[in-house]
Design a protein around this ligand. Sequence first.
Ligand code: ZN
Ligand code: ZN
Length: 222
Amino acid sequence: MVVTKADVYEKVIFAERPVCPHCGKEMNISECADTGLSCGSGWGTPYFFVCFNDKCPAFVNGWESMKRDYGRKCSYRCICFPGSRKTEMMMVFSFSDGKSEIVDEDVIATDMARGTAADPAVQELVRCFESKNVKALLSNLFDDKVYYKVRLKTVELIGELGQVETIEPLRNHQFRDQRIVAEVRDAIKRIHEISHTRECPYCTEFIEAQATTCSECGRGLS
Ligand SMILES: [Zn+2]
Ligand SMILES: [Zn+2]
């Protein structure tokens, strides 16, 4: 019998979630990524469990001990493989490392909805949005240490602000997280939509969406 990824997922999603031995919180289901993180395909399972609690003592202390002992800016997340009770540690280099692979995304969504009133980071975001403080929003987005859900929300808000001057810094920044890269792409589309602009296919300058010739390079556009 061939076991597909979907079969494994079904098993994992209905399985009892392991609890992190370091903080007592239920772990998240995470997809093994082939990119970046150490959780390559070599582990023989497409899914595993990760404690993404940012207050988990193992994660918090990891930053300190790695810095003290090795002078490195990294930490660990506690992980557990399906069907095993044994936990291991996975190295991470930022707060958001690996979070793009969280499968139970509704966890992030409800977290975000619930946190709107309580979470000071989200409140601060809303303030920046209302005062059109694009500088603050961008630096928030570029900061790897900002919570992943807050960064995702930031991309969305930058898109909704529709300020053409934010496109250049968005395009020039190297994002490591693939989900954020995709969200940024959508945000740029949204900005053009709101400001009725588009990119000249020849010189990449921003021009009016309706223009038939580029105001910068003078070429005719269809
Ligand atoms: Zn934990
Ligand atoms: Zn042009």
